[in-house]
Design a protein around this ligand. Structure first.
Ligand SMILES: Cc1ncc(COP(=O)(O)O)c(C=O)c1O
Length: 400
């Protein structure tokens, strides 16, 4: 620095207490030059749809996930739809799924012409409850019932041992909605490698995300993979010749090139998410917000953690707690500029547009209870320990 150059202004010493729900700019700051290189590579090639970048990404993703095939597509929503269609699901079929998920889990079933059958969630994990699935399968006795579509909610795999057992016993195909679970595993097997086919989303808030919309279907079945490739490109393997009616659901080369950069970091990022989840657990515990140390104490603890299954490698796409007076707490945090979210405020069986399916309040009580008390706290790999302490001390202040 020259003698005459001005020194950088000293940052104000006081720290703002605001904590964002997600700050992707911190991730971008680290990988910016690699992303720019990848974007430049695509621009230099002038090949924007499919091509080498998409093929390379698909091959790298398949290897990472432990699946034989990975097929890029336009979104996670399309990935579920393509996975279902290629797995043989169609008009008048029935598919058991969870009502405690993002809308697309059920709408993709309906888009194939099939009907979703909702099973309740396990109160401890909020993942679909195998006992409730089995109950539906027994009651259905219908040859229309074809598949189970579990969602690995918040990044923790569903109990895949039980699902495999039920799948075999009732002859139901398993198709994974792994939109929130890139890198998550069950007994060491990664999400996306266990079902007949699986779907991922690369929406910007996902743990592996692109710079827009993107999705992926995985499968170990070569025929099914070919079918997905056909369906995502207007049902055509030879230009202007269409074997069936597909759709335009291709992944852009630009998104694939960006995903290739980010995939090199995903294990580290998932590990950092897990460390931050562990830190939240400890902070909440030491703030006295969890189960009281004296079990005979009358006061109910205001915060409950979700159960971590020992067989699961949970990647904490979201860190979700269950709390008393949820909406008041959320308003209190918002006032303090602390981000939080509700995944999900209305279970799918009670969504207005699914009224025709005939469900009513009280039908799936665990999902309905969860919709009233879940709260997701900020979690991302770059979240600092100071920020986590700020979040938890604000929660403690609210309940004090
Ligand atoms: C569980 C689940 N399924 C499906 C989707 C749909 O993915 P997309 O937004 O990429 O269409 C999402 C994410 O938005 C999701 O969280």
């Amino acid at each position: 620095m020259s003698k005459t150059a001005k020194a950088a202004p000293v940052r104000a010493a006081h720290k703002t207490a605001s904590v964002p729900m997600l700050d992707l700019s911190r991730q971008y700051a680290v990988i910016r030059s690699e992303i720019n290189e990848a974007v430049e590579r695509v621009c230099a090639s002038q090949q924007y749809i499919m091509g080498k970048e998409v093929a390379e990404f698909e091959s790298e993703a398949a290897t990472f996930l432990g699946a034989k095939h990975a097929i890029g597509c336009a979104s996670g929503t399309d990935a579920i739809w393509l996975a279902l269609l290629a797995s043989g699901i169609g008009p008048s079929d029935e598919v058991i799924t969870t009502p405690f998920s993002f809308f697309a889990t059920a709408s993709a079933i309906i888009r194939t012409g099939a009907r979703p059958i909702f099973a309740d969630v396990d109160a401890a994990t909020l993942n679909i409850d195998p006992a409730s699935i089995e109950n539906r399968a027994k009651r259905s006795r219908s040859s229309k019932l074809k598949a189970i579509l579990p969602v690995h909610l918040y990044g923790q795999c569903v109990d895949m041992d039980e699902l495999a057992r039920i799948g075999t016993e009732y002859k139901l195909t398993i198709i994974e909605d792994a939109a929130q679970a890139f890198g998550a595993a069950w007994r060491g097997k990664r999400a996306g490698s266990m079902g007949l086919s699986s779907a991922f989303s690369f929406y910007p808030t996902k743990n592996l995300s692109c710079f827009g919309d993107g999705g992926l279907v995985t499968t170990n079945d070569s025929k099914l993979a070919e079918h997905v490739r056909l369906l995502r490109n207007h049902g055509s393997s030879k230009r202007y010749y269409h074997e069936e009616i597909g759709w335009n659901s291709r992944l852009d080369a630009m998104q694939a090139a960006i995903l290739r950069v980010k995939m090199n970091y995903i294990e580290d990022w998932n590990e950092k998410r897990k460390q931050r989840a562990d830190a939240y657990d400890l902070l909440l515990k030491s703030s006295g917000l969890l189960a009281p140390s004296n079990p005979s104490a009358k006061s109910q603890s205001p915060v409950r953690l979700l159960k971590r299954m020992p067989q699961a490698f949970h990647i904490f796409h979201q860190y979700v707690i269950r709390v008393e007076r949820r909406d008041e707490l959320r308003a209190f945090l918002t006032k303090k500029n602390i981000g939080s979210e509700i995944y999900y405020p209305v279970p799918l069986h009670l969504q207005q547009c699914f009224g025709y399916l005939g469900y009513a309040e009280g039908d799936l009580p665990e999902s309905e209870r969860a919709a009233k008390d879940v709260l997701a706290l900020p979690i991302f790999p770059e979240l600092t320990s100071e920020e986590q302490a700020t979040v938890v001390s604000a929660i403690a202040e609210f309940y004090s």
